[in-house]
Ligand binder design. Structure first.
Ligand code: TXA
Ligand code: MG
Length: 317
């Protein structure tokens, strides 16, 4: 009998061609991007997109990011304002997602927008993601390749451990370089709004877009549920001294730390290590304590993920 478990292949040309064929055939494929691993499907194929929601146990009201080759392809699916175009020109390919009005007549499935009249678009920079888009020659809907509500995957092994049964093929491209999901920007009229802090720091985007409004609960990314990125272990934040029975995740000089996000106190290194270290400690510990991390630069996104990981658990199924 054929195994139900997903096959993991090193992402060479042959594997990428196989993955592209599977996508064209309406199947699910996991692949690396510069942020985290994505669980991809043909974004035009409603049945394939529905498969993503089923595989992740994702609430149907939470829309997906569609990955495309370039700005020209993005413009076939969404209407760009001037400032949206400037942001795309500056940050694509890269870890920026833009939420824009759907273009009438777009070939994208309604399901990627989960009933909204907007669509989230991104041009990924990772060479394997770019090669897969080129080879498949279709827009790829891809949320992070983890069960809904759990820690995002930064390696092929994380994907296999979480989702493997519903995924046809996992392209292994090693650890993802940034380790945090893309920054999601939406618009209130012409004014840019930070819907999700991410791998590009707010300040870097504000250089181009001007001050970013912070999303209030009403217009926030539907995926920004309070509890998210949850390990099985409990999490206590801003800990200077661990309690008996706790395992400490350090940042900067942290003598008692079992693992350290960045001994040198570098936020970029901490972002890249965050999910992998949470996965690792979750295997060893029941109670994780995390050292304080500054709110500046990438610290905003790191602390956002940590607060959600520590939040009281809700049922996502
Ligand atoms: O880095 C990333 O963004 C990764 C890689 C694979 O590209 N993807 C990712 O997707 O993190 P996901 O589905 O885990 O998170 C997408 C976020 C969610 O918070 C979702 O609610 C929001 O984007 N989003 C998607 N479409 C939206 C829309 N039309 N309006 C508002 N928010 C949207
Ligand atoms: Mg996610």
């Amino acid at each position: 009998m054929e195994s139900l478990l997903a096959k993991t292949m090193p992402a060479n040309a042959e594997a990428i061609a196989q993955a592209a064929a599977l996508l064209r055939d309406g199947k699910l494929v996991a692949f690396p991007t510069e942020t985290v691993y994505g669980l991809g499907a043909d974004a035009r194929n409603g049945k394939a997109v529905a498969g993503i929601f089923a595989a992740k146990g994702r609430p149907r009201f939470n829309p997906l990011i569609v990955h495309v080759h370039d700005i020209a392809e993005a413009e076939q699916h969404a209407v760009f304002s001037k400032v949206a175009l400037r942001l795309a020109e500056e940050f694509w390919p890269g870890a920026l997602t833009l939420v824009l009005p759907r273009r009438p007549g777009t070939s994208l499935s309604e399901l990627v927008s989960a009933g909204l009249d907007t669509v989230a678009l991104r041009v990924p920079a990772h060479p394997i993601a770019a090669a897969l888009l080129r080879e498949a020659n279709l827009p790829i809907a891809a949320p992070s390749a983890n069960p809904s509500g759990r820690i995002s995957p930064t390696s092929a092994a994380h994907v296999a451990a979480g989702l493997s049964r519903d995924v046809e093929l996992i392209l292994d491209g090693g650890a993802t370089p940034l380790g945090l999901e893309s920054t999601v920007i939406g618009f209130d009229g012409d004014a840019p709004v930070l819907l999700r802090p991410g791998a590009i720091a707010r300040q870097t985007i504000e250089v181009i877009a001007g001050p970013l409004a912070t999303a209030d609960a009403a217009i926030r990314s539907p995926g920004q549920l309070e509890s998210h990125y949850a390990p099985r272990a409990t999490l206590r934040l801003n800990v200077r001294e661990k309690e008996p029975g706790e395992t400490l995740l350090g940042f900067g000089a942290t003598p008692d730390a079992t693992l350290n996000l960045s001994p040198a106190g570098d936020l970029r290194e901490a972002a890249a290590n965050l999910f992998a270290m949470l996965h690792e400690l979750d295997r060893q510990a029941l109670r994780i304590a995390v050292a304080p991390i500054p709110e500046t630069g990438l610290g905003e996104a790191i602390n956002d993920r940590l607060r959600r990981a520590a939040a009281p658990r809700t049922n996502h199924a």
